[in-house]
Design a binder for this molecule. Structure first.
Ligand code: TEU
Ligand code: CA
Length: 633
């Protein structure tokens, strides 16, 4: 049991405390090693305000709420290492944003027939599984992440027959399908919610999180991720409902066992249709046993108030274990878990715990102290540190998910270095990092082409509710429209949501009809052109995917970093006892020297035509090692 008298040294035995302290020192911009120096280790929790009080006002109240969080996981046993082979560990998953991938019927909106048309393309690239962003019936307030009917296909995307054809066409090609299940919330147009509003004492009355307001104020001070308060008043019930995302995305009440039964029913329904796995939207947010006010201080640090009450809720593990045993069984699961730390993630995914198979951790997406709406150049040393942690000791007990792009983030190449002359090199460098990593690889549509951010001109070109709400709330709070636009432009999720560029023709070959969102800027990065050009980003992906498939060492092998503390280089071995590889990467735009590794090596991939003495800007090389013995000099 952790109390205010517990010393920092003892606190570190608690997995959640380890995560939270690591996050705090990162925010404070100090090295993690500060936690293990004898002085800090001997500090009692109650003494921390004395030292941190000036820098962090109100830390006292934060410490109290943290103690409750830590005590959830006090006394958990150490986890067993596991290296069991599963198809999903070897999978190369390709994420499709169906609205923007390929329009099969030329109405300007991507659809299932469009995806079926492109299966041979995906097979040729070498991907082995598809993850589709939600394809269920939805009013599209958040492009399908607001589900109206979990057992029906979104009309614009096609029919159930199309979905079944897609599943069987994938299986014919020995490819798997992963559906995106959004069960933290539904659409406010879902029949459960409509009934919940009308019949507070009926079957669905308690399916959502309803509370009385505090006078004229909402039940608590939590914020929505899409701006404004997380509560909306419904006069009919004279109550507010919780919505962590948009008003049209009410949060389900997982405390109600009937909700969990219904979720299991939905999973069974899709398992029976042959679906191989599920990506679980914000799944770490489902347990909300406390609706207390969020700490203002943490709210400022994390940008959203209230998160500490639900990002790792009391009953999260219990619910996940229930879903696993009742519904998922051997279907693959990847949880989207914003904000959890590595120790929490181990508890969510270690084999023996029977919860999830793996989770997306987001620490690597932004440099320390930065967020998606900050305009800055991403430093790849941060990626190296984060992936180094994931692929090392962490992966011995929990299997990582490895990705740099998805539908919620701008394009990584642009973030690292927007200069056109480096685009090719960076795109290929990322391919090397991903495809030689110890973890399941997730690629996002267009990444295989080296897609870049879009030069949006004004708000009328954006579609995403997050961007539109953000702009409005910024300007309402007094920010000039120019500054608000700059902020939104920098982080908008629409960068990744413009149509896939198939050709350099009209609408990039996505459709013959004007698309629902504008096409990205015209450049030479399209599928048709790149498939014909041997040195293209597309071919780099194809080559590296084939390499990974041919060599299990690149999937399961140990990750052994070389000179991990040296900045700007990322060098490591992958070794499974049978085969050994060496990867050598320059993380910056200068020529640099690399660690010298003395062993016989054969270069099998490089993003440069010719090698020099040191490493050229963003150079990335993969070597096979013949002699098993090596030493660094
Ligand atoms: O995202 C969850 C989430 O945390 C994001 O909204 C986050 O604030 C940001 O976009 C991540 O960089 C998931 C889905 O991936 C997203 O598309 C949905 O809008 C959201 O849940 C609500 O379902
Ligand atoms: Ca269409």
């Amino acid at each position: 049991m952790i109390t205010r008298e517990t010393k920092v040294g003892d606190l570190l035995k608690n997995p959640i405390a380890r995560d939270v302290l690591a996050q705090m020192v990162q925010y404070a911009g100090v090295k993690e090693s500060v936690l293990i120096n004898p002085f800090t280790k001997g500090l009692k929790l109650s003494a921390i305000p004395k030292f941190a009080g000036k820098a962090v006002p109100n830390i006292d109240s934060v410490i109290d709420s943290m103690i409750d969080l830590f005590n959830q996981e006090d006394g958990t046993k150490p986890l067993q290492p596991s290296n069991t082979a599963y198809w999903w560990k070897e999978a190369i998953v390709y994420q499709i944003y169906p609205r923007s991938f390929k329009d099969g019927n030329n109405d300007g909106i991507g659809d299932l027939r469009g995806i079926i048309e492109k299966l041979d393309y995906l097979h040729e690239l070498g991907v082995t599984a598809l993850w589709l962003s939600p394809i269920f019936d939805s009013p599209n307030d958040d492009n399908g992440y607001d589900v109206r009917d979990y057992r029906a296909i979104m009309t614009e995307f096609g029919t159930m027959k199309d979905a079944q054809e897609l599943i069987s066409e994938l299986h014919k090609r020995d490819m798997r399908i992963i559906l995106d299940i959004v069960v933290n919330h539904t659409s406010d147009e879902h029949e459960w919610f409509i009934d919940s509003v009308k019949n507070p004492s009926g079957k669905h009355g308690d399916y959502y999180i309803w509370r009385r307001g505090k006078g004229v104020l909402p039940p608590n001070n939590w914020n929505s991720f899409f701006s404004g308060p997380a509560w909306e008043k419904v006069d009919e019930r004279d109550e507010y409902y919780l919505h962590l995302f948009s008003k049209k995305q009410p949060d389900l009440n997982w405390e109600n066992p009937a909700v969990r039964d219904d979720v299991c029913g939905i999973i069974d329904f899709w398992r029976e249709k042959g679906v191989d796995g599920f990506r679980l939207d914000v799944i770490n947010y489902i347990s909300k046993t406390s609706l207390e006010d969020g700490s203002e201080l943490l709210g400022k640090l994390l940008q959203f108030t209230g998160i500490e009450h639900y990002f790792y809720g009391n009953r999260l593990h219990e619910y996940l274990h229930e879903l696993r045993t009742r519904a998922f069984k051997d279907a693959f699961t990847v949880g989207e878990t914003p904000g959890t730390g590595l120790e929490m993630n181990k508890l969510l995914t270690a084999d023996e715990r029977e919860e999830l198979n793996t989770v997306f951790s987001f620490d690597h997406l932004e440099n320390l102290g930065k967020n998606r709406f900050d305009n800055y150049r991403y430093n790849l040393n941060h990626l190296k540190r984060c992936f180094g942690k994931l692929e090392g000791a962490y992966a011995d007990v929990a299997w990582p998910s490895i990705f740099v792009e998805n539908h919620d983030n701008p394009r990584m190449v642009s973030k690292i270095d927007p200069r056109e002359e480096y685009r090719d090199f960076i795109a290929k460098l990322l391919a090397v990092v991903l495809l030689t990593a110890r973890g399941t690889v997730f690629l996002y549509q267009g990444q295989e082409l080296g897609a870049a951010n879009v030069d949006f001109q004004d708000l009328s070109e954006l579609r995403d509710i997050e961007s539109l709400n953000k702009y409005e709330s910024l300007t309402e709070s007094g920010v000039s429209s120019e500054a608000a636009w700059k902020t939104v432009l920098c982080g908008t999720r629409d960068h990744a949501r413009t149509p896939m560029q198939w050709t350099n023709g009209t609408y990039a070959g996505f459709s013959e009809h004007e698309p629902w969102i504008r096409v990205g800027d015209k450049d030479n990065y399209n599928a048709e052109g790149e498939m014909q050009e041997e040195t293209s980003v597309w071919h780099a992906y194809q080559t590296l995917i084939a390499l990974r498939k041919a060599h299990p060492a690149l999937v399961y092998g140990k990750f052994e970093p070389v000179e991990a503390n040296k900045d700007d280089v990322f060098c490591y071995f992958r070794d499974d006892g049978d085969e050994r590889f060496y990867i050598e990467i320059n993380l910056c735009a200068r020529n640099i020297s690399q660690p010298r590794v003395k062993c016989k090596m054969e270069l099998i991939y490089s993003n440069y035509m010719a090698q020099g003495d040191g490493l050229q800007p963003y150079e990335a090389n993969v070597y096979r090692i013949d002699a098993p013995v090596f030493e660094t000099v």
